[in-house]
Ligand binder design. Structure first.
Ligand SMILES: [Zn+2]
Length: 356
């Protein structure tokens, strides 16, 4: 049996206080409920059954507080269950403009009185909620595009320089590049340790076999530099830059308040896609750049010249040149583009900024 409530007369009194859209009072209602109070005891709630020909507007949505939900305590609803527990989640703040009252009701309760009015109120509420979220999202994130454009303008030169280097690595430096790629997957370098293991044969004899174990040697960043099938970075950097600049044009040309909901939503999606895409490319460049840092190259060289390394590998960077091969004597040399040490700036990250 559903929990029974003793509804105070005060709750049943008609409070025709809301002749205007009650948006200002919604935060108070949500805070009241979040604090663990019963909706029907909120000071402005009218606990009477709404007329079936009413056209309410839904102006807010709420779940009961966790401390009630966790004990399976539910709220009574003036539409259909005025004295007994009925709903816990998805409650509606329903404004009835004709009566100028607010009722806090169950999620679909008014549909049983007037399905058409409920459907309209629901659709309007969803649309307005999305528009409010899109606006908040855009206000929080639009001004991050400018600084990202700035960082990407700097990245073009670097991307070009890295593309040249990678093209050379997979042509002139092919053999060495492939062996280092093969042996540095996941950024872990190993050495090979041999040991002898005594095995017993079925006839009772013993014999020794040589077993090779891999021993962790060092961690290195940026091994994607040696990808034997590198995807050029430059087109991706310029593509991202163009998408960001296009967005700048859109929002400079059209103020947010002049945009309709659909345009705002599509702009919010485009901003999200462009900024996430830009962050991925920026992070990938920063990572690949570590692949030819002094520290990484020194680690690779020391490792690749050890007798217990799984491959022989030599690499050194001096005076704007990169040499790579099996060893110093046979290494091929590439003249690095001066932009190879270009800066990878930080870009602002998106914030979700979905209002409560
Ligand atoms: Zn109800």
């Amino acid at each position: 049996m559903a929990e029974e409530f003793d509804i105070p007369d005060e709750a049943r009194a008609v409070k025709a206080w809301f002749s205007e859209h009650p948006r200002k009072v919604v935060p108070e209602i949500l805070a009241w409920i979040k604090a663990g109070n019963w909706p029907h005891l909120w000071r402005g709630h009218t606990h009477t059954q709404p007329p079936t020909d009413a056209y309410p507007l839904y102006v807010g949505e709420f779940d009961l507080a966790d401390k009630l939900l966790s004990k399976r305590h539910f709220a009574p609803c003036p539409c259909c269950s005025p004295n007994h527990a009925k709903y816990g989640r998805g409650g509606k703040v329903a404004w009835f403009p004709a009566e100028q009252v607010i009722r806090l009701i169950g999620p679909r309760c008014f549909a049983s009185l007037n399905a058409d009015a409920h459907a309209q109120a629901e659709a309007t509420f969803r649309r307005e909620k999305r528009a409010a979220e899109d606006t908040a999202y855009l206000l929080a994130n639009l001004d991050k595009i400018g600084p990202t454009v700035y960082v990407f303008e700097e990245l073009v030169g670097l991307a070009e320089a890295i593309d040249q280097l990678r093209l050379w690595l997979v042509s002139e430096g092919r053999a060495a590049t492939q062996s280092v790629w093969q042996h540095s997957r996941g950024g872990l370098l190993h050495t090979v340790v041999s040991r002898e293991e005594v095995r017993r044969l079925p006839n009772g004899d013993h014999h020794t076999v040589k077993v090779e174990d891999l021993k962790r040697y060092a961690e290195v960043a940026g091994m994607k530099l040696f990808d034997p099938k590198p995807k050029p970075l430059m087109p991706r950097v310029s593509g991202a830059l163009k998408r960001l600049k296009d967005l700048e044009v859109v929002y400079v040309a059209e103020a947010l308040e002049d945009m309709d909901d659909e345009d705002k939503n599509s702009l919010a999606r485009r901003v999200g896609r462009a900024m996430r895409g830009a962050a991925d490319i920026r992070d990938e460049l920063a990572d690949i750049k570590l692949g030819y840092s002094t520290q990484t190259l020194a680690t690779l060289r020391t490792w690749g010249q050890r007798p217990d390394a799984p491959t022989r590998f030599y690499v050194r960077r001096t005076d704007g040149r990169l040499s790579i091969g099996r060893d110093e004597g046979t290494a091929a040399t590439f003249n690095l583009h001066f932009r190879i040490d270009g800066r990878v700036g930080e870009i602002p990250r998106l914030s979700a900024a979905i209002p409560e």
